[in-house]
Design a protein around this ligand. Sequence first.
Ligand SMILES: [Ca+2]
Ligand SMILES: [Ca+2]
Length: 87
Amino acid sequence: MNRSILLTSMVALATVALAAKHDFATTDADTDGKVSPKEYATLVQMRFAKSGKVGYEKAAEKQFKKKDTNADGVLSEEEFSIKPRKK
Ligand SMILES: [Ca+2]
Ligand SMILES: [Ca+2]
């Protein structure tokens, strides 16, 4: 019983890690290794559309600024993977 729970959480963790990687590759539409504000907005737009929310532009801008920790105007894969709540 415990073993299957452990296995399930390990699989879940691996899935999350893979999804994050996949997210970056998908978001980086022109594959230059950086996510531009426009590319990021497209991602947020898709997420908002999925959950039926509106006003993605402002949310995208806000999130982008938060994630762009070195303020060079683009997100590296590392910056992209940072959880929004982490400071
Ligand atoms: Ca790009
Ligand atoms: Ca940056």
